[in-house]
Design a protein around this ligand. Structure first.
Ligand code: ZN
Length: 134
């Protein structure tokens, strides 16, 4: 089964914690053991897993993504003007696989799943697919 989550991103550059929504899909699936695939079908947004307890970690990740890949660069050629968003999303990646055990995500204590937005605010889709282990 695949469920499509709709996520509104509030700012141009931000990260939205989607862990509880992904957990709900796992619960609804009834799968006890297997894999959860989280896939973002966009070119300027992506998904990552990192600390969800201290919001400063997110702030630092976004700060450094902007510092390493600046929004403006005289050598960018993409006419839409959002090359940085494409590059940041490519580097972070548009999917993650999380083990499912005992009917729940096997995330680490401090881990959360984030949709990263680099060209918002927008309405984004996140595909969540649960695969049952034989
Ligand atoms: Zn573009």
């Amino acid at each position: 089964m695949t469920e499509v989550l709709k996520v509104s991103t509030p700012k141009h550059t931000c990260a939205v914690n989607i862990t509880s929504e992904v957990r709900k899909v796992v619960g609804k699936s009834g799968v006890q053991d297997g894999l959860c695939i989280v896939y973002v079908p966009h070119t300027t947004a992506c998904v990552f897993i990192n600390e969800g307890a201290d919001p400063d970690v997110l702030r630092d990740i976004l700060y450094m993504s902007e510092k390493l890949i600046p929004w403006s660069d005289p050598n960018y050629e993409h006419a839409e003007g959002n090359s940085a968003a494409h590059i940041r999303s490519s580097i972070i990646g548009n999917s993650r696989v999380i083990p499912v055990s005992g009917g729940d995500l096997l995330l680490g204590t401090w881990e959360s799943i984030f949709l990263a937005e680099f060209d918002g605010p927008r309405q984004r889709k996140v595909l969540v697919k649960i695969i049952k282990e034989d």
